[in-house]
Design a protein around this ligand. Structure first.
Ligand SMILES: [Zn+2]
Length: 362
């Protein structure tokens, strides 16, 4: 727990970022624009142009995917439905259990076999390489709800879910991305292999396999292969993966995007889990979609742990939260620092198979 990367440590002052903040420099200093020249360079640095290839692609994908719903109910065999469901599930697990919880936040460690499997699964999501996904997500955490957050929106869920994803990064964001520490992924041969051969893997696993298999192996229609197994699946996986970065609008503490009085409410009530994730991202039980300790990704990680494929599952017990909060009040140190320290101490005493104990699951 203590060794997770500090570069993507959450901003402890979450409540103060519900409105647009001036950009900060890469070393964290505030860069206040002064005068009209500074204001224009401020907007030039942070302005995000539309990525027209992405916009056109998104429009086409929506049209084809929605038509896929019609084809799904009219001319798709049961085998193609099951096949599409399995590919969709694997793609989502590749992003949630793989790119997000394993590689971006190091919430557990995985054997070579599991990392390879998750790399294949993540390729089935069509979200770009693990390396690029993790780098953007780490920047998202480091600059959460500031204009430098790649998935930032001061408006609403739709802007965070869709528009932030079909814009180019601002020049400043491009620079910030370069400053993200990726040394842990650079030493992971499986991640770097996928990065190097991403487009080849993408074409074979993500495009050709779902289209070819229904035609080749169980004689389904071309329509089912293209509009259901490819387009509809892509649309679902894409939106679920994008939701990881915008879920806080749906299940977050301040749905109307107003500043909250305290972010500690969710620790007391054990609700608003997306906020918990931004505060303590190393907990393997943090669900991406407003849940905690449940969901298929958490179950998947526990099964992997039970079979010896996943080890060192990091979590945070209620006792550690209480102790961390008390420590913060007594010492006056930042809350996140105290929570991390209490959590690390607790992990040392926690049973190695805590993920199998019922009382540890919530
Ligand atoms: Zn995260």
């Amino acid at each position: 727990m203590a060794d997770h990367n500090e570069n993507f440590a959450p901003n402890p002052d979450l409540g103060d970022h519900s409105k647009a903040q001036p950009p900060t420099s890469t070393n964290g200093d505030q860069t206040q624009p002064t005068g009209s020249a500074s204001v224009s360079s401020f907007s030039r640095d942070t302005k995000r142009e539309a990525s027209w290839p992405s916009v056109l692609f998104y429009i086409h994908l929506n049209i084809l995917g929605v038509y896929g719903i019609f084809v799904l109910f009219s001319q798709t065999s049961v085998i193609t439905c099951i096949f599409t469901f399995l590919l969709t599930l694997c793609g989502i697990l590749g992003v949630t259990a793989g790119a997000h919880r394993l590689w971006a936040h190091r919430t557990y460690e995985a054997t070579t076999l599991l990392r390879f499997t998750l790399m294949i699964f993540q390729t089935l999501a069509g979200q770009g390489s693990i390396y690029d996904w993790v780098r953007s997500h780490r920047l998202h955490h480091a600059k959460y709800r500031t204009v430098d957050d790649p998935y930032y929106s001061d408006k609403d869920f739709l802007h965070a879910q869709v528009f932030a994803n079909i814009r180019k990064l601002s020049p400043k964001q491009e620079k910030l991305l370069e400053s993200i520490d990726m040394s842990d992924l650079e030493s992971d041969r499986i991640v770097m292999f996928q990065r190097r051969f991403y487009w080849l893997l993408y074409m074979v696993l993500f495009v050709l396999l779902p289209i070819n298999a229904p035609l080749e192996y169980w004689d389904d229609t071309v329509q089912a292969a293209i509009f259901v197994a490819f387009s509809l699946r892509y649309l679902i996986v894409l939106n679920v993966a994008w939701l990881i970065n915008s879920a806080h609008f749906v299940w977050g503490l301040d749905k109307s995007h107003k500043q909250s009085d305290s972010n500690m409410v969710f620790l007391v009530t054990k609700s608003y889990w997306p906020q918990y994730h931004y505060l303590l991202p190393f907990d393997y039980q943090s669900g991406e979609f407003g849940n905690y300790g449940s969901g298929c990704t958490t179950a998947f990680i526990r099964i992997c742990a039970a079979t010896g494929q996943a080890t060192k599952l990091q979590t945070m017990t209620t006792e550690a939260v209480k102790r961390g909060l008390t420590m913060a009040v007594d010492s006056g140190k930042p809350i996140v620092e105290c929570l991390k320290q209490a959590g690390a101490e607790d992990m040392c005493t926690l049973n190695r198979e805590h993920y199998l104990q019922n009382e540890r699951l919530h």
